[in-house]
Design a protein around this ligand. Structure first.
Ligand code: AMP
Ligand code: MG
Length: 439
């Protein structure tokens, strides 16, 4: 909007819900879902439903942390580069095998990283501290090594990873409520766990409304536009951990929308619609929500994204299914889903509904607030040579300018009670898609 700051109303409007209150109200309707058993390969991003304890020690045995020789420390006494001690090589041991004899005084076992410590040995001399280092090129045929020169005395315990030093049998390793990422999944695998109980992902119905909408792939037609919202929203549902279920486009009539919503309710845990929530003649979403369900609120003190319907429906089987009626304008729709839908999905999945982190950055351009709403300006965040973060707006900020979202990796916030953030002033920036490429 370009209206001058002086045109702004002097008092904040009372009929709009602050963003935080809207979040709280939405979350109060979103219950954590049941647990399911999943392969660890498919559970990334899901939340553990129960504690995981270790069935055995990790590592399960003392083993070598280096390639080298397993010996008795006493056998290496006095060894130096100029006065090497020669030890008899009695065998070789690769990771995955046990050595079937004991290492005695004056003896050594050639050993590879991860191999269990042979009985009798109490230290590892790495190849670098022997005179055989580099003798064998990779892939070269083994010639038997009969003895090896030790170039440095080795203390007891050198280069040994002790049994149980990572995890001990019976220890609580991961607690219920933990979000599974790569490292947690690796820990499960290291414990031999193949399947795990996790909170299931919500199935999220995505439904577009509007007589003007075409499906990508359809030929263009006069007066029509392509439905971008449902595709963007489905992608975000997947990104946030839910399972999108697309229900296509409903025409702007109460029966058409009611039928689609009933279809969605049969299968889904959350219903997301876009458009039809403002004050126009054909804005039927809130009408259907009010008739068939219960409406909770429908305007939020934010820009873009002010018209927002929220409520819940009762499914035929008695389940109560929350419904977020997003605005139709593409930027508003995606941004409101980022603020509200993401947290709703997190809560259903058993994740803490934590907002994204914020960064203080210098605004490179003015960010203007005309009507007491919190402004979320799409920006790219970049660091200058002095290490200061800068937020640069991604072009025109109209709620229909979808490309302004596409290259943003941050949303610069102008608070409700601030009329203008001037270029050069600091502001809060929500860090979205932090690993999104910047150039
Ligand atoms: P409405 O809330 O129905 O008044 O829609 C607001 C604006 O968003 C209108 O310009 C619509 O054409 C546009 N719009 C609605 N739904 C979509 C959609 N699924 N994809 C892209 N634009 C949409
Ligand atoms: Mg419409």
């Amino acid at each position: 909007m370009t209206s001058p700051a002086s045109a702004r109303a002097t008092e904040p409007p009372v009929d709009m819900l602050p963003v935080e209150d809207a979040v709280d109200r939405i979350l109060s309707f979103c219950r954590q879902l049941d647990a399911e058993t999943r392969s660890i390969e498919d559970a990334v991003g899901q939340v553990l439903a129960g504690d995981i304890s270790a069935p055995f020690d990790i590592p399960p045995h003392d083993n070598t942390a280096m390639d080298g020789y397993a010996v008795q420390s006493a056998s290496t006494e006095g060894a130096t580069e100029s006065t090497p001690v020669r030890l008899r090589v009695i065998g070789e041991l690769a990771a995955g095998y046990l050595f079937d004899q004991a290492v005695g005084a004056g003896e050594a076992v050639r050993i590879m990283t991860g191999a269990p410590m042979p009985n009798g040995a109490d230290t590892i001399v790495p190849f670098e501290e022997t005179d055989e280092f580099g003798l064998r090129a990779p892939g070269q045929e083994h010639e038997t090594i009969e003895d090896v020169g030790i170039l440095k005395a080795a203390a007891v315990g050198n280069n040994i990873r002790r049994r149980g030093e990572d995890v001990q049998q019976g220890q609580l390793v991961l607690t219920a409520g933990t979000v599974l990422r790569g490292p947690e999944i690796a820990v499960l695998a290291s414990l031999g766990v193949a399947d795990v109980d996790v909170i299931r992902r919500p199935r999220v119905a995505i439904l577009s409304t509007g007589d003007e909408l075409l499906t990508p792939g359809d030929p263009p037609a006069p007066g029509k536009i392509y439905d971008s919202n449902s595709y963007g929203l489905s992608a975000l549902v997947t990104q946030y951990g839910g399972v999108p279920r697309r229900f296509g486009i409903a025409q702007d009539t109460i029966p058409a929308l009611t039928a689609k919503i009933n279809e969605a309710l049969a299968d889904c845990d959350l219903v997301i619609t876009s458009a039809g929530v403002s004050r126009g003649d054909f804005d039927v979403v809130k009408e259907v929500l009010a008739r068939e369900g219960a409406i909770d609120f429908w305007t939020v003190r934010m820009k873009p994204g002010k018209p927002l319907a929220f409520g819940e429906f009762a499914a035929a089987d008695g389940r109560r299914v929350p419904h977020i009626g997003l605005p139709g304008n593409p930027v508003s729709s995606l941004l409101a889903f980022e603020l509200f839908g993401r947290l709703a999905i997190f809560q259903m999945m058993g994740r803490a509904p934590q907002p994204r982190p914020m960064l203080r950055a210098i605004a490179d351009e003015d960010i203007v607030n005309t009507d007491w709403r919190r402004v979320y300006a799409r920006a790219t965040l970049q660091q200058d040579e002095d290490g200061h973060w800068h937020a640069r707006l991604t072009g025109p900020q109209g709620s229909g300018v979808l490309t302004s979202m596409a290259i943003a990796n941050g949303y610069a916030v102008c608070p409700e009670n601030v009329e203008r953030i001037h270029a050069g002033e600091e502001c809060d920036v929500i860090m979205v898609d932090w690993d999104h490429p910047l150039d």
